[in-house]
Design a protein around this ligand. Structure first.
Ligand code: BG6
Length: 454
């Protein structure tokens, strides 16, 4: 029997993402028959009341499940009220776990280290898998510390530092587009590409997440993990195979070549801002500092933009702009690759050609290529056109795919220990420069397009 222990089972992450993801796997007949779910958290529940909690979470976050699926998942759930940082409690949680064990840490980040230590003391089997959510550390030192603790519990292939962006369809799209098409890869370098934008603009505001977000901010919440992972896929060298080692070697190699910023560069090449009161999607949004649970003294940014340089042969001189913000007027999530203009235009002085842009849109998934064509009328009049394709949605949503990989023991689309530390190496100097006032904290009204300088 496989035991999935969800530490923090009564929390928001489990209710909003994990339990629905498990239910969708069950609906797709992709959940192992012998899997049982053992929820643990400090909430004083028992199995019956936990099952009720699972039922209401599924009704709220996976209302479209086929009949019978919720009941079938609930039947596999049991609960233990326990302190996830207490080795004695965890020992109890592990009793009678005779087959494979997966410990999923769906916990507030402050509990990662004590929970991992407790798992070690509780005698988690060496072949168990441990799943750690983001944020993996607050800086490079804390990420290294977590890595060291994890290494004492299970070997690296058993550690799943998950980033649900890697389970989004986009990952497959970037890899397929780059490495299965003869026409793109020869152009994929500084000779032909002028700049790359990786943008995740959200209309969502804080959504009641101040407890976590006010201590993270946009740079830690989105750029340190999700957008740097997208950068890896867009900019890494071709891997020999898509096996976990080849793929993750390439990603970490790319991260190593991202230039760390000096405070002066951070002042010139980054933007940080937070939203003030406004209207987003027709709803009034309060000033960020007036959101419940926010401490204005934290100076947390809700918008971050960083322009990174990659010091390698392929990308020298090409700026990579990573940007993400909350409470913006328009949701936009895309990777846009801007090509250089053609060296000579033979169409006369009056004609202008746009530079080609390849857009990989992430939500919904779509690919567009902006090209110049001969238009109507005078055969030499240029017009622009977008060649595009909608991509069929994947059968399973990102969290279910991620869980499936965990259940199958495939860590390819997770973050390796060295990658996690390397990402912080890039982000940490920016955070330090911001702390020292290198870039002012700008403001933008909720519902706008962000700060003017972005
Ligand atoms: C999460 C961030 O990891 O990703 C959120 O914490 C963000 O702030 C979210 O809104 C975006 O991803 P998705 O897939 O939920 O749209």
């Amino acid at each position: 029997m496989t035991t999935l222990i969800i530490c923090g089972a009564a929390g928001d992450l489990a209710g909003r993402y994990l339990l629905p993801a498990l239910a969708r796997l069950l609906a797709a007949d992709a959940l192992p028959d012998d899997l049982r779910v053992r929820g643990i958290s400090r909430e004083p529940l028992d199995t019956a009341s936990f099952r009720e909690h699972v039922r209401s979470s599924l009704a709220e976050h996976a209302a479209d499940l086929p009949d019978g699926v919720a009941g079938a998942l609930i039947g596999r759930c049991e609960y233990l009220s326990a302190d996830v940082t207490d080795a004695g409690d965890l020992t109890e949680a592990l009793t009678d776990a005779t087959g494979p064990v997966i410990a999923y840490l769906a916990l507030p980040p402050a509990l990662f280290a004590p929970a991992i230590s407790a798992l070690a003391k509780a005698g988690l089997p060496a072949d168990a898998r441990v799943v750690v959510e983001k944020p993996f550390g607050q800086d490079q030192a804390s990420a290294r510390h977590l890595n060291e603790l994890l290494a004492e519990v299970v070997a690296e292939p058993g550690v799943f530092r998950v980033d649900h962006f890697l389970a989004k369809q986009t990952v497959q799209n970037v890899l397929g587009l780059r490495f299965a098409n003869r026409i793109f890869e020869p152009m994929w370098n500084s000779v032909h590409i002028d700049r790359v934008d990786i943008v995740w603009d959200e209309t969502l505001a804080l959504e009641g997440r101040a407890g976590y977000y006010d201590r993270s901010g946009a740079l830690r919440d989105m750029i340190q993990n999700h957008l740097l992972q997208l950068l890896c896929l867009v900019a890494m060298e071709p891997p020999q195979t898509l096996g976990e080692r080849d793929l993750r070697d390439r990603k970490v190699q790319l991260l190593r070549s991202v230039r760390g910023m000096t405070p002066e560069e951070a002042a010139r090449r980054t933007v940080r801002a937070r939203y003030t009161a406004g209207t987003s999607r027709g709803r009034p949004v309060p000033d960020y500092t007036a959101e419940p649970g926010v401490d204005p003294a934290n100076g947390t940014e809700t918008f971050a933009e960083v322009t990174l340089a990659i010091d390698n042969w392929r990308w020298a001189g090409v700026p990579f702009r990573l940007r993400s913000g909350k409470a913006l007027g328009t949701a936009r999530s895309e990777i846009s690759v801007h090509f250089k203009p053609v060296p000579h235009l033979a169409f006369g002085q009056s004609q202008q050609a746009v530079a080609n842009v390849l857009r990989l849109r992430l939500a919904p998934d779509r690919i567009d290529l902006l090209v110049n064509l001969n238009g109507e009328g005078d055969p030499f009049d240029l017009e622009t056109a977008e060649l595009g394709a909608d991509l069929a949605p994947q059968e399973l949503p990102a969290y279910s795919r991620l869980l499936l990989d965990v259940l199958e023991g495939d860590p390819s689309l997770t973050i390796r220990d060295d990658e996690a530390e390397e990402s912080w190496r890039i982000v940490e100097p920016i955070l330090a420069a911001w702390q020292d006032g290198a870039a002012p904290l700008l403001e933008y009204p909720a519902g706008s397009q962000g700060p003017n300088t972005a």
